[in-house]
Ligand binder design. Structure first.
Ligand code: NIG
Ligand code: FE
Length: 419
């Protein structure tokens, strides 16, 4: 395909080999997905107008009123909604590869953290970095995601852990929103760990991050999150954050039950959180509660892979009727990868998810985890024209290659090609 820098406000993308609209998945609200819910249309066309999808269907049925629009050929490629990565920690500086070596020598993630490594180490480096340095690192990471077809991205703070540094990280994310073609959402995660200067004063820290910093930083914040886990924050701590976030109408997303089962998933469901993420330790009880709730279960298989621990119970969640999303959790400690394809590959091989379930988990259900399910994650009329084109006749191609990938997609955000 020729790559015009601007394709104009209105056009028909035709000669699509297969178009994955995900209409079936949309109707089912992302649950109990079956292969036919990808709603694949062969020999399809998409009508795009001012960044939105106006019409999608078989090419021979394009309505007359669109015949005058400019045409762009997809050259028989497959068209898929852009990926939605709903959980990343990509604003950080520094290097933690020494901790990898410590783990290889037998130390656990928690032991390393207790010895002054872990989140504290990245916090040190992130505090020292200037806003511009952080922006440049973060922008190159966003670009790497975009190149792989991630058109919507959530980014958490959490390596600042004091007012100035959390503000700096949020300002970097706000700047990324204006400088990238991807749709970006900011999550406030000052409750990632108790910073060294508050050692032994966790209650005080929880209060200050919730009641003082959050209101002041409100305009940069889309969601609030807390690392509810053994050695980090408790279900009591998170209630203080939830209460404050509610006052400011900020939706909640939680790190829950990753290291130990400490009640994070239940706390998320109870407060109507958009998502609870990780869930490595949950039992059949939490699975059942999730299936009956509107909270999306976000699973992060590259984290389990890198920590070399058991994966989240994806099959139980899927078969029980929970809405399951997949994301990278890109961070320097537990998931130092931006490989979106690997997330799907591990979903298939290690969590026994089917390709159709994985496609939905990385598009529509990622959008649900960000409250964006009305506009992101499907190729249907009314949705944003964020999609990717790939030379293949099988959706499995999105996930089966790993490592260096040659067959990268062409990526469109709001109807415009970005590469
Ligand atoms: O999502 N679980 C908490 N936070 C990150 C790890 C952060 C770090 O080690 O730097 C995670 O796994
Ligand atoms: Fe995380």
């Amino acid at each position: 395909m020729k790559r015009p820098l601007k394709v104009g406000g209105q056009y028909v993308l035709d000669h699509i080999g297969q178009l994955l609209t995900l209409e079936g998945a949309v109707k089912k609200k992302g649950r109990h997905i079956e292969p036919q819910d990808l709603s694949i249309i062969h020999d399809a066309a998409l009508v795009v107008s001012r960044g939105k999808i106006l019409w999608a269907g078989p090419q021979r049925e394009v309505p007359k009123e669109f015949k005058k629009y400019k045409k762009l050929s997809a050259e028989r490629k497959m068209v898929v909604p852009g990926f939605v990565d709903s959980h990343t920690h990509l604003v950080f500086s520094g290097d933690r590869s020494n901790e990898f070596e410590m783990r290889l020598a037998g130390k656990s993630y928690q032991e390393i953290a207790q010895g002054g490594g872990g989140i504290a180490r990245s916090t040190n480096a992130t505090r020292k970095a200037s806003k511009n340095e952080l922006f440049l690192i973060a922008k190159s990471r966003v670009d790497l995601f975009l190149k792989q077809g991630v058109t919507t991205l959530e980014i958490k703070t959490g390596y600042g852990l004091n007012f100035e540094a959390e503000k700096k990280c949020l300002e970097v994310i706000s700047l990324l929103k204006t400088k990238s073609k991807a749709t970006i959402k900011a999550t406030y995660l000052a409750g990632h760990a108790v910073p060294i200067e508050y050692t032994g004063r966790k209650d005080e820290y929880v209060k200050i991050l919730s009641q003082e910093w959050l209101p002041k930083l409100r305009r940069h914040i889309d969601f609030a999150d807390m690392f509810v886990d053994d050695g980090y924050f408790s279900t009591h701590d998170v209630e203080i954050l939830i209460e404050e976030a509610r006052k400011h109408k900020i939706p909640i997303k939680l790190h829950a039950d990753e290291l130990k089962l400490t009640g994070g998933t239940r706390a998320a469901i109870k407060c109507g959180a958009l998502s609870c993420d990780h869930l490595l330790q949950i039992t059949a009880n939490e699975v059942e509660l999730l299936a009956r709730s509107e909270t999306t279960a976000t699973l992060l298989p590259t984290t389990a892979f890198f920590l070399n621990v058991a994966y989240a119970p994806a099959r139980l969640l899927l078969d029980g009727g929970a809405r399951v999303a997949l994301a990278t959790d890109f961070n320097p400690g537990t998931s130092p990868t931006q490989d979106v394809s690997l997330v799907g590959l591990l979903g298939a091989l290690k969590m026994k998810m089917r390709i159709d379930e994985i496609v939905v988990a990385m598009t529509l259900n990622g959008a649900y985890a960000l409250g964006l399910q009305e506009t992101k994650g499907a190729c249907m009329p009314g949705y944003d024209a964020d999609f990717i084109l790939l030379s293949t006749d099988s959706p499995a191609r999105l996930f089966y290659e790993f490592g260096e990938r040659i067959n990268l997609p062409q990526v469109f955000c709001a109807g415009q090609p970005v590469n």
